[in-house]
Ligand binder design. Structure first.
Ligand code: ATP
Length: 360
């Protein structure tokens, strides 16, 4: 019987991004070997800040086009202390997400076994969320500009764009996701008290789409009040949908509440599968720990499980998450971000051992 082949583009990027993607490719190999029904055909790309410094571009001009040939993209992190963050973000991550129309950014947050949330007494039963971030427009639509540089009348604008089509598709995605989870609960984050055009359209369309999902219970929260609720009453939340900017901020808070940014994964999905989706850890390139061998690879392993799910390899995705949870449950295998002494190598080997059945 021929194996199912999944073509993966691996972009480590910068700093620890390269380290965690390398670790993840080892884990994926072990997983494919164990399963036997599928294999990965991986091509690695050296896109990132070094390339930018050498050539003036983070990736080739037709980079996003090249990626269309793949089934999925595994991404590390991009960013360096000596290059402005907005250049990096627009030069690589957004330069991939936007042309490939990966409009749904999905960020699961859960307190994994063995990991301590900074919230007292909170574990995976109380904190188990999925944040859906609108990933194609809103505050990061790229509209705006600067005029009269250096003069007293210098002006800069960033214009938020909210379209009916853009809001409808992300709301439908979020309601569908909420419907697929046991609690069938969705919180729509907004700021329509202060932003009285785009955010009011956002609320209005949320209510319209809600009518298509009578079995989903939903509510609406102002983004400022949402930060309080996430900290004070985490168990009252399940699926959350928010704009590009709001979800960007809330998901960093969520990652911190789950114990470490080193365990938080994300997926940039094109739910219709017209283009490849991209899977990455939430964390950045973390130059303070680059080269020390202590980057926590768990976020990248978790995002690989999301990638397997997206590639319709659900049993392999579940097996990988079981291995990840068995490893986090052992505090001897915690990296320094979780208060432990383990290395990237130790965590990776432990996950691989578990997958091979040597540790289960
Ligand atoms: P950005 O590229 O978004 O500017 P950054 O590289 O400055 O981010 P963050 O990802 O915000 O850093 O992480 C903040 C700090 O958390 C890092 O400097 C690092 O010390 C720690 N950290 C982040 N990710 C990990 C990880 N996977 N393992 C261990 N520590 C991590």
């Amino acid at each position: 019987m021929s194996k199912r082949i999944h073509k993966i583009a691996a972009i480590g990027g910068d700093g620890i991004g390269i380290e965690v993607v390398d670790a993840c490719l080892e884990v994926l190999d072990a997983l494919a070997e164990r399963d036997g029904g599928f294999a990965f055909d991986v091509e690695s790309f050296d896109w990132g800040t070094d390339r930018f410094k050498r050539t003036g571009a983070f990736m080739p001009e037709d980079g996003a086009e090249q990626l269309r040939a793949f089934d999925a993209i595994l991404f590390g992190a991009v960013g360096a202390p000596d290059v402005a963050d907005h250049l990096t973000l627009w030069g690589l991550r957004l330069a991939i997400c936007q042309p490939l129309d990966q409009y749904a950014n999905v960020r699961p947050t859960r307190v994994l076994p063995g990991i301590q949330s900074p919230l007292r007494g909170v574990n995976g039963d109380e904190l188990d969320w999925v944040i859906v971030r609108e990933n194609s427009e809103g505050e990061y639509a790229g509209q705006g500009g600067r005029s009269h540089p250096g003069l007293p009348l210098e002006v800069a604008t960033d214009v938020s764009i909210f379209t009916r089509a853009g809001i409808e598709r992300i709301m439908r995605f979020a309601f569908r996701l909420a419907q697929s989870r046991p609690r069938k609960l969705l919180t729509v984050v907004t700021k329509s008290n202060a932003q009285r055009h785009g955010m009011v359209l956002w609320d209005q369309i949320a209510a319209e789409v809600a009518a298509e999902f009578p079995d989903v219970t939903w509510d609406k929260m102002l983004v400022d009040a949402m930060t309080v609720r996430m900290v004070m009453d985490p168990a009252s939340l399940d699926t959350i949908v928010a704009t590009n900017l709001h979800a960007d901020i809330l998901s960093d808070l969520a990652a911190a509440l789950s114990g470490s940014i080193g365990v938080a994964p994300t997926a940039n999905l094109n739910p219709e599968r017209e283009t490849p989706s991209m899977f990455e850890p939430i964390h950045g390139s973390a130059f303070d720990i680059t080269g020390k061998g202590v980057a926590n690879p768990i976020a990248t392993f978790w995002t690989a499980a999301m990638m397997l799910d997206h590639l319709n390899e659900k049993p392999a995705a579940d097996r990988l998450m079981q291995a990840v949870e068995a490893v986090t449950a052992n505090t001897d295998l915690h990296t320094p971000d979780l208060g432990g002494k383990a290395t990237t190598r130790m965590v990776t080997d432990a996950v691989i051992d578990h997958l091979r059945g040597r540790n289960s």
